[in-house]
Design a protein around this ligand. Structure first.
Ligand SMILES: [Zn+2]
Length: 255
């Protein structure tokens, strides 16, 4: 009987041990899953933290970025004439004070035109180069309507500046002011400077030496050959009038 009692006691201890062990396992098991979840949650949290750090970084760098220029988006209806790719020279007079208003009208000199104007200018450039070794130099291209207003404010005289209410062909992107340059980039002698307001700038003025007369005939002939119209009083001004566009306010960026 003592032996049986001994075994019963042992069995009880074993049972107790098993119960306690199972209990421990039961406790440990959920905690194991929980650990896994915690790990996962930690990763999520880490992601969140990283994301929030990124967000914070973004927020914190915004004031620094504010001063930087946004990348310029040039609307598709405008083409820029750039010397490097076309060989056409630029001397945008209203971007400086060397113009008849003596005031800077554009913050910087760039040349934008409507696509058909750009296409024809390239053809003229090619034509002049192949035939004479010459090229074009542009003094003015698209003139944003606000710049036309600035021009008018500087010289409010309809004999010299188109009133903003009427609007200039330049503000439609269809007019260019230009001259022809020789193979060294020097202006051909046209008898007067650009924006000279007098009889000598008129197309029908013929009291010039033969070489000047020849240059004046050449510029008019080559421009008209490619569809540009001239105006009677300015040897430098040409426009395309086959297609019309509205006056535009869009202004280009400067660095
Ligand atoms: Zn003009």
């Amino acid at each position: 009987m003592r032996r049986i009692g001994f075994f019963v006691r042992i069995s009880n201890w074993v049972l107790l041990f098993l119960v306690v062990f199972a209990g421990c396992k039961m406790e440990k098991s959920p905690s194991g899953i929980s650990d896994g979840m915690n790990a996962k949650d930690s990763l999520t949290q880490l992601d969140k933290n990283t994301a929030s750090e990124e967000t914070e970084d973004k927020v914190s760098t915004e004031p620094i970025n504010e001063g930087k220029k946004k990348k310029e988006v040039i609307p598709p209806q405008w083409k820029e004439i750039v010397t490097d790719s076309t060989g056409i020279l630029l001397d945008i007079k209203y971007a400086g004070t060397d113009n008849f208003t003596k005031k800077k009208i554009y913050p910087c000199g760039r040349c934008f035109v409507r696509p058909e104007v750009a296409e024809k200018l390239l053809l003229i450039q090619k034509d002049l180069k192949e035939r004479y070794g010459f090229g074009l130099k542009l003094f003015d291209c698209y003139r944003p309507a606000p710049a036309q207003q600035r021009l008018w404010d500087a010289v409010p005289d309809p004999d010299y500046v188109t009133p903003p209410a009427k609007g200039s062909m330049h503000s439609k992107g269809l007019a260019v002011d230009l001259t022809i340059v020789d193979k060294n980039g020097n202006d051909l002698n046209m008898g007067t400077p650009y924006d000279f307001f007098g009889r000598e700038a008129h197309h029908d003025y013929e009291d010039f030496a033969a070489d000047i007369q020849k240059n004046r005939v050449l510029i008019k002939k080559v421009m008209e050959l490619h569809g540009f119209n001239s105006i009677r009083t300015e040897w430098w001004h040409y426009s395309l009038t086959k297609k019309s566009y509205p006056l535009s306010d869009w202004e280009w960026q400067c660095d």
